[in-house]
Write a protein that binds this ligand. Structure first.
Ligand SMILES: [Zn+2]
Length: 447
């Protein structure tokens, strides 16, 4: 397992009045790694950094790939101009449904501005461009299902154990997750810009609790994979006390990145610009001994049945959402300008409309092209689908899978697949349906 503490060194990340993201993320990462090393002799923990050093985003993913990691987990803190914003969210790679997701990925991706040659390293990616961030989010990790299931467990533990507002499991395009070849996620543990939340997540006790929540979620995920029963009382939860914090963790006063220009911007803008210097406001010593940290955390009181019930409710709700979306399929394909100069003109898509068949004819095998999966219910009228023929959705393992077109022949489906791939949906592939259900093991004459 690779644990990635966000930011570091000259990249402080966001900050509140007292704490910097890079320090809080590192403390939580080390504490999480400690819990795992203490309890799981069969798990090798690798950190992308254990000190206050700068590590480029692509190198973090490379560390995970080089080590053939089974899991890549990034720890970050959130920031918002609105100091009331609070709560935790966990992200996996994918197309998000709100601008809020985009803002978070934009801020995190802006870390590459600290890297030399970032344009070359990231194929010309411009972290300041909304469009680049949106298009980039179309890259999907084949391990989405596993990434989502651990993310859901983490969010569940946050709300159960530390009463953090549950902002849910979300999708957005994160550069750090882009090239990882394993289940991967990025958790935003809370808002440093919210004074209450900063106090909690910046304290040793708060960091212990977050690390413990992620650890217990990881154990459930692992037990699920190992097909063994999860016993929350079976773990040694004595936390790692970071005694010499000042060796590895700087206070905001102690470390202003040398290449970062000092500014006198208002504190309320904290964290919105990674190139903004942090204010010299630290009065908090992280070396102060906190009596709470010496104690072993209480055994979690977890009730399986309650969780199962809430999951069932969630699944039912998702099914209803899909049913609602299917009730209102896109009938007319609005003609729109291409959203990006590199995408295919909509001509081809409109031509394909002529051959679209209804898939409600009983018993008939039809071909569609699956082009996108999502953890959340995107609207079929989403403007991003406007140029695509007959977009529909079906659900599989709690994941929304979007298809385009509905054809009697593979040739038409393959043509649509080519169009979708040109549009940027690089993993689009042909799927077969009968009576509205996905069918497998049918021979396709063309790939
Ligand atoms: Zn961050």
């Amino acid at each position: 397992m690779v644990i990635d503490a966000g930011h570091g060194g000259k990249d402080p990340g966001c900050h509140g009045k007292h704490f910097k993201e890079k320090d809080v993320a590192l403390a939580v990462a080390l504490k999480l790694g400690h819990y795992i090393e203490q309890n799981d002799k069969d798990v090798k923990v690798v950190f992308t950094r254990t000190t206050d050093t700068f590590v480029p985003l692509n190198e973090r993913a490379e560390i995970a790939n080089r080590n053939h990691a089974d899991l890549f987990l990034c720890i970050h803190c959130n920031a918002n101009r609105n100091t009331d914003a609070s709560g935790a969210a966990t992200y996996v790679m994918g197309l998000g449904k709100s601008n809020g997701n985009l803002e978070v990925s934009k801020r995190e991706n802006a870390s590459i501005l600290y890297e030399k040659n970032y344009k070359q390293t990231y194929d010309g990616f411009d972290p300041n461009s909304d469009e680049a961030n949106v298009l980039f989010a179309m890259y999907q990790n084949v391990y989405l299902q596993e990434s989502l299931s651990l993310s859901t467990l983490i969010q569940g533990e946050y709300s159960k154990r530390i009463n953090r507002t549950d902002n849910g499991v979300k999708q957005a395009g994160f550069l750090v997750l882009w090239r990882t070849a394993m289940p991967s996620l990025l958790t935003e543990i809370g808002f440093l810009t919210n004074p209450d939340e900063e106090r909690k997540i910046g304290s040793q006790k708060g960091e212990d609790q977050i690390a413990e929540a992620i650890f217990l979620a990881f154990e459930q995920y692992k037990d699920d994979k190992d097909k063994s029963a999860f016993d929350p009382g079976a773990f040694n939860l004595s936390p790692l006390v970071l005694k010499n914090n000042t060796d590895t963790i700087s206070t905001p006063a102690g470390n202003t990145a040398s290449n970062v220009k000092e500014t006198n911007e208002n504190d309320s803008l904290a964290g919105t610009n990674p190139l903004k210097a942090t204010p010299d406001t630290a009065q908090v010593s992280r070396t102060k001994t906190n009596p709470d940290t010496a104690q072993t955390a209480a055994t979690p009181d977890r009730k399986r049945s309650a969780k199962d019930d809430s999951n069932r409710i969630k699944v039912n709700r998702m099914k209803e959402e899909v049913a609602d979306m299917q009730k209102a399929p896109v009938k007319q394909l609005p003609v729109r300008e291409p959203r990006h100069d590199t995408v295919a003109a909509p001509k081809q898509a409109l031509a394909a409309k002529e051959t679209i068949k209804s898939d409600t004819e009983t018993g008939r095998l039809v071909y569609k092209v699956q082009f996108l999966v999502s953890s959340s219910p995107l609207s079929l009228h989403d403007s991003r689908f406007a140029n695509l023929p007959q977009v529909a959705v079906y659900m599989d393992n709690n994941i929304y899978k979007f298809t385009s077109g509905c054809y009697n022949s593979t040739k038409e489906a393959v043509d649509n697949q080519a169009m979708l791939r040109k549009e940027g949906y690089k993993d689009a592939f042909v799927v077969t349906f009968r009576d509205g259900k996905r069918v497998f093991n049918t021979k396709l004459s063309a790939k």
